[in-house]
Unconditional design. Structure first.
Length: 210
């Protein structure tokens, strides 16, 4: 399993909110820029967000999960010359697929754009017993400290974490913090997630509109 330390880098705290980084005008611009299958994916993504604006959270979670789970899962070693590259949602939609973290990041930002609070969403790094390898999922916490629901690119049904004994949480993060998993389902705050170098790059690229 990849160690947590590999993802860290030094740097000043990020000065912008992750919840403000995915904009509808960006999606519309990408839709106009591309052709063929890529154009259709951006079009479908935009329509999905527009349609879900007034839907209950449970519907938002399921449909966002279903939408991105149609994309191709590829266990990538290198992308754009970088090892274990984390794609922005736009890069993921352009490619039509990616690794597990790319699914989780795209779902995270899409749900944020729909008004789901940052504190209820955590991108979670786990050990998959079935795969016998590291994996990444998105966790939704209906209440602080509650059993989270797991959005997994390999499982269509959104289940509580207690129903996913095949996943062992290691750490989780979002736009507000970083947590280390502890025995019994608890977690310990490690402060800001801005020290996660791959996460920081995603936020910086989205801020620049790349």
């Amino acid at each position: 399993m990849i160690g947590l330390s590999i993802f860290f880098s030094s740097g000043s705290p990020l000065s912008y909110s992750a919840s403000a980084l995915l904009q509808m005008d960006m999606i519309a611009k990408q839709e106009q820029t591309h052709n063929g299958a890529v154009k259709r994916r951006f079009h479908s993504w935009r329509l999905l967000i527009e349609d879900l604006k007034n839907k209950p959270t449970s519907v938002r979670l399921q449909r966002v999960n279903d939408f991105f789970n149609q994309f191709e899962f590829t266990s990538e070693t290198y992308y754009q010359g970088q090892e274990d590259y984390w794609k922005t949602p736009e890069e993921f939609v352009v490619d039509g697929g990616g690794d597990c973290e790319d699914f989780s990041i795209a779902k995270y930002f899409t749900l944020l754009s729909l008004g789901v609070p940052t504190k209820q969403l955590r991108i979670t790094y786990v050990k998959s017993i079935k795969l016998n390898r590291a994996h990444m999922v998105l966790a939704y916490y209906p209440q602080p400290g509650a059993d989270p629901f797991v959005l997994d690119n390999l499982v269509s049904e959104i289940l509580p974490a207690s129903k996913r004994p095949d996943l062992i949480p290691i750490y989780s993060f979002n736009g507000e913090g970083l947590w280390l998993a502890k025995t019994g389902g608890d977690s310990r705050s490690l402060g800001s997630a801005s020290g996660l170098s791959k996460w920081r790059r995603v936020l910086e690229y989205m801020q620049k509109g790349k």
